[in-house]
Each structure stands twice: as C-alpha cells, then as structure tokens.
Design a protein around this ligand. Sequence first.
Ligand code: NAP
Length: 310
Amino acid sequence: MDNVRNVVIIGSGCAGHTAALYTARANLKPLILEGHEPGGQLSLTTLVENFPGFPEGVQGPELIENMRKQAGRFGAQYQLGHVAKVDLGSRPFSIHLGKEVIHARSLIVASGASARWLGLPSEQALIGHGVSSCATCDGFFFSGKEIVVIGGGDSAMEEATFLTRFATKVTLIHRREEFRASKIMLERAQHHDKIHFLTNTVVEEVQDVAQKEVTGLRLRDLKTNKAWDFPTSAMFLGIGHIPNAKMFQGQLETDQDGYLVTSSNVFTKVAGVYACGDVQDRRYRQAITAAGTGCMAALEAEKFLEEQEG
Ligand code: NAP
C-alpha cells in the first residue's frame, strides 16, 4: 500500500503537539489531524500560570502556537479535518476524514475533550446568541453588561474572573454549596467585587428563545424549591468537558463517561495505538500532564515502529 504514514496524531492540543514534536525529532514525519478546535483547550484560555518555565505565566494561545512552531521546525505536518471514523481492526490502520482515507502504521489519539453543556433546549437554541462555553472568545461582546457563569470548578472561577474585564457584574451560579475549584482560584473569585455567588441554584430555562437573545434565566433554588426569573445578557458555561472519543466507539475501550481506557498511562488494547491528554485523563487534566502523556505516547509509538521493522 502506498502513502502509509508512520504516525498519525489525532488532535493538536498540548498532548498532540508534544507527541508531534517527539515523533518529528525521531524523523517519523508525523501527520497531525486538527479537528473542530485546533489548538485544543489551551487556545481558548487566557493566562496559564502553572506551566513550568514561564515565571510570569504565558497566554494559552501563545503557548500552543509556540508548540506548533517547535514541532513544525522538525517536519511535523498539520492537516485540518474532522475524523469521522477509524478502522483499527486491520493494518495499516485507516482514518476516515470525509471521503479521504489516511493509512497509518501507528496512531496517537490526542483528541482532547470539549465543553459540556447543560442540555436544555433553550440553551442549545441560544448558543451564539448570549450562550457560550468560551469566555475568551465571546466575553468582549458583553462589555458593560451583566452576565452569568455556571459551574463550581476552576474553569468557572477562571471564566468569571476573566469576564470581569468586560462585564459590570458577574453572577456565578453553582448547583451545590461546596466548590471543586482550587482554593486559590475560588478565593480570587470570592474576593472580586464584581463577582457575586448564587449557590444551590440551577438553571431551568434560558430566556428568550423567541427574541433570539439571552434576556434572563429561569432559576430554581434547590434548598427552598423556589423558582424565579433572573435578568442577564449572557450565560457562560464552565461545567467541565466531555472526552472526544466517539469516533473510537467499538474499537477502543471507554469508561462510563466516555474517556479512553489506557494502561501504563498511554497504552490502549490495540498494539500501535496510544492515547494521551484529556481524552484519556479524567484525573489530572492539566496542560503539563497532557504534554507528559503526549511525550510518552510518542516514545511508545517510536519503539513500536522500531520493533515492527526489526
Ligand atoms: P470540574 O472540576 O469537573 O468542575 C465542573 C463543575 O461544573 C463542578 O462544579 C460541577 O458541579 C459543575 N457541573 C457539572 N455538570 C453540571 C450540570 N449539568 N449543571 C450544573 N453544574 C454542573 O471541571 P473544570 O472546572 O472544567 O476543571 C477541570 C480540570 O481542569 C480540573 O482539574 C481543574 O483544576 C483544571 N483547570 C485548571 C485551571 C487552571 O489552573 N488555570 C483552569 C481551568 C481548569 P459539582 O461540583 O456539583 O459536580
């Protein structure tokens, strides 16, 4: 078969770029397939303060762009395209991008995770009209307005704090009393005079679908069971992520939440197929751990290809 790639990497976030850098430096000429969200979650974030080597912090998009340049310098090739399905049952593996089929001796899955939504029909109808999962992308549109952030983890705290740059008031709505967020990020939000907290509260409806813009939320207090209308111009979701692993259904093992199951960090049950980053990591989900497993996946792919040749 002609045109069989040594390594195809699905995903261009922190894990994918790191795997690209290592396999490119090993002269394996990796092809990186970038999906709907090139650059992954780092490209949607602001200041990253916990990636070692940047004493003043670094902007997420800048960090990811530098990773891409670094891998590109050693010959990594990037291609845009949504992977519809893969066939890992025969070798070389087949990766289907619409009508195009790419063949690979080894595969590194670094497809990451995407934002989680509440799942309300009114929320879905108003995405792009005041409902957003990306404060960095859409915050600017709500300059001088009052907005809401949903969630109780680090993402929600980060979004709420970031959105104070634009909004006159940010209300953080969380369904419980306790927060998953780290102490430092929670306290930063709690001490901010523009951020207000509503706990034990859920969103039942986003208004106003008929007007095609967010004008308010129907909220319910879970302690008193009281429902009321809360006026706002926007709702930003910060309620976590869902692994992008649907295309591997029936081919690779997933857990109950859809994360790819790996052993020794990056091994899937199919020899020559490795998974790294947020698609397989439900525990740490950090840029640095994604880079770490991206490196491991690359080293294992390299070893696998060497053994095949030998
Ligand atoms: P997370 O820690 O899983 O928190 C998700 C939050 O959303 C939880 O408070 C959860 O509520 C709430 N939630 C989930 N589904 C919901 C629903 N259907 N309705 C209402 N609320 C819902 O996710 P994350 O904040 O995205 O953080 C993920 C990981 O990335 C963490 O390890 C975090 O430390 C890391 N992170 C780090 C930074 C940073 O350091 N700069 C920034 C962002 C994220 P419950 O608590 O009730 O389950």
